[in-house]
Design a protein around this ligand. Sequence first.
Ligand SMILES: *Cc1c(COP(=O)(O)O)cnc(C)c1O
Length: 411
Amino acid sequence: MQDQKSHPNQFLGYKNGLLYFFDGSRELSLTAVVKNYQGPVFFYSLNFIKSRAIKMQDALKGVRMFYAMKANAHPQVLGVFKDQKIGIDVVSGGEIKHAINCGFGYKDLVYSGVGKTKKELELAISNDIYQINVESIPELQRIAEMAAQLKKKANVAFRINPDISIKSHPYIATGLKDNKFGIDTGQLGEVIAVAKSYSEFLSVKGLSLHLGSQMMEFDSLKDSLAKLKPLFLKLRAEFPECNRFDFGGGLGVYYEKQDLLAEEKLLADYAAVVFSELDELKIKITDLEIQSEPGRWLVGHCGVLISQVQYVKKTPYKEFVILDSGMNHLIRPSLYEAFHGIQAMKDGPEKTYDVVGPICESSDFFGKNRKMAQVKEGDFIVVRDCGAYGATMSSDYNLQARALEVTDSDF
Ligand SMILES: *Cc1c(COP(=O)(O)O)cnc(C)c1O
């Protein structure tokens, strides 16, 4: 991994012994990012995100995309999606307000989540939000009653729980019947009855699905789409305005290796499954709007977390690299035992380390038994693939300060 240009398949590598981010056209020195280092920093390449968005739009031609903001809510990141005419999938009142502050309209927003409060729903309904993905019968009732009070007609789609598992960490699989997400297929009759009884205040726009995150194979998606098709047609027969089919997000990325070409193949396979299942509906329903809610695939690789070595601690058993950043900034390794590539800013002879943070928890590590270039106090470490579910999942635990977030537009 010497000259980046000879590796179009990668986005991070050494050049003259120093780590660079390659966004597809430009090489950006990560050393420049830590020039006036004040503390841990997330660096995002907006250029890279844009190229990913275009690739996905090409692969999913005709699909209306709503970027899942919970993956990365940086205003400039959202700006890339706004420029690409991509909407936003929001999961809270806070995310709704943030999207509006970043220049999106309520017509650009799909609102998901199992626990929408009255206050949050009031914000959504009174502003005629494009779509509320309803996750339960009591939620549907609440929406209908609130729409009546507000003298509005709420746009709803029903998130269906297909009871189909994906191969992923159990914490990020959402499509099983013992998960809290979505409406059980057996309850659709009741849902229709409730929706009909409030027909003055509800506009039933469609169905939605989200199987979970980090999907790397698509049999479960195929089965779920097949299961939902007849339900969609049933709904359409009851509600003529029903014309939206939202197949959710969840397309995964490789964390163990850098292989952009393999990911494009993955994207193509994903698109093939979607279209093979949904093209038939498209013929039957000429005004069909197919929707998608991608998060991780768009932003996962765009970001790195850079932190500084505070101590190299040698025990009779281990050698620890202790950083000024930990699970407070990037919780994925602690929460899901997720793998993130870790590299030293400066290339050199390798050593094996446990890379850990300052937080007072044994689960506070970024990686164990990792081979990387030898480091010493004051050196910088780069954690790969922190563009999705990095900063947005960070906390103030131990009253540590949040990490700074910067983009390629700052350099
Ligand atoms: C998190 C989430 C997504 C995005 O998932 P990714 O794995 O990041 O693509 C999409 N839709 C819903 C409802 C979600 O909760």
